[in-house]
Design a protein around this ligand. Structure first.
Ligand SMILES: Cc1ncc(COP(=O)(O)O)c(C=O)c1O
Length: 325
């Protein structure tokens, strides 16, 4: 891998939009072509492809998830056809925590010479990611998910694709020579980094990655697995609480609902106990609807969380239950 393959963007969303728009400009897609995503995508891995489909008359195919919130691999295999031009899948689901079998997904697509984009926004802080081992063609993540600032992120792309892709944006810093008749572009990665870069963001992201990588990612994963196991057992002790997303392979995210209590109420009440969880559709409306819900409450654990904090969450949830009983 070379630095030419690392493009600084505003975040995962911009990385995906860059790939969608650049491939589109490079006449990579033809009318009737298909793009495969899954039912558990973040909106940022749905809407850019929809925009593209509308513009180029392409079709979006969606791999379903089962009741545990797992990617159904057999259905994915069935959706691949000679019309498939790209597969774009989330590495770890932000809404359910499901860890997708991304290596298998990539290998299957490559059997048909189809490139694969992986949305790693949720994977990078939880697990060691090796894009070369995964052999994915594109990988995106956001700085703020790895304790860095907002407004900076990375798109990794294989040179063989980036070389052929037209720039997404034009301007200063991305050119080799400009005349009124014709512009030639700078080498990678500058070709895709038009305008004055987010210098502060880049430096801060570097510091955040140095911080994260000063820990053993395996130890972080193991610690988070313990939190997930304990948290799952503890929360299931609460009567009427149901966990949404029970994949065999799961990151430290617990999405849940409690009978008769709106997730917004849960979030607001436990906030007063100093516990910050996320409530709502988590930018995955189709996925939440798949479970006949409009919202869930989601507790996510990170490297700095402690077992005692899960007890604190448990006690706060009991208080919520009492208020609504
Ligand atoms: C799985 C996933 N993909 C994409 C995104 C979008 O990231 P950003 O808004 O930083 O571009 C997020 C953010 O929550 C996410 O969790």
């Amino acid at each position: 891998m070379s630095v030419a393959e690392i493009i600084f963007v505003r975040g995962a969303t911009e990385g995906i939009n860059l790939v969608a728009n650049s491939l589109c400009r490079s006449s990579y897609f033809n009318e009737g072509d298909e793009i495969i995503i899954s039912h558990m995508e973040h909106h940022s891995n749905i809407v850019p492809w929809q925009l593209l489909c509308n513009r180029k008359k392409l079709h979006l195919k969606v791999v379903p998830v089962n009741n545990k919130g797992e990617f159904i691999f057999e259905e994915y295999e069935k959706l691949i056809s000679e019309k498939t031009k790209l597969v774009s899948i989330v590495h770890i689901s932000n809404a359910l925590g499901t860890i997708n079998p991304v290596k298998k997904i990539v290998d299957k697509a490559h059997e048909y010479n189809i490139p694969v984009l992986l949305d790693g926004a949720q994977a990078v802080p939880h697990t060691k990611v090796d894009v070369q081992k995964l052999d994915c063609d594109f990988y995106v993540f956001s700085g703020h998910k790895v304790f860095g600032p907002t407004g900076i992120g990375v798109l990794y792309g294989k040179t063989e694709f980036l070389d052929k892709m037209e720039p997404f944006q034009g301007g200063g810093d991305m050119i080799s020579e400009v005349t009124f008749e014709k512009t030639t572009y700078d080498d990678l990665p500058q070709k895709f980094e038009a305008g004055t870069p987010n210098i502060v963001g880049g430096i801060a992201l570097g510091a955040a990655i140095d911080y994260l990588t000063s820990f053993d990612m395996k130890e972080i994963s193991e610690h988070e697995e313990k939190l997930l196991k304990y948290g799952t057992e503890k929360l299931l002790e609460i009567e009427g609480l149901k966990i949404i997303g029970t994949s065999e392979h799961k990151a430290s995210v617990i999405s849940f609902v409690i009978d008769g209590i709106h997730p917004y109420d849960i979030g607001t009440i436990i906030d007063t106990d100093g516990i910050a969880i996320r409530t709502g559709h988590h930018c995955t409306m189709p996925l939440i609807k798949r479970f006949n819900l409009s919202a869930t409450a989601r507790a996510s654990f990170s490297m700095y969380n402690k077992i005692e904090e899960i007890d604190h969450l448990y006690n706060a949830l009991l208080k919520v239950k009492k208020m609504f009983s």
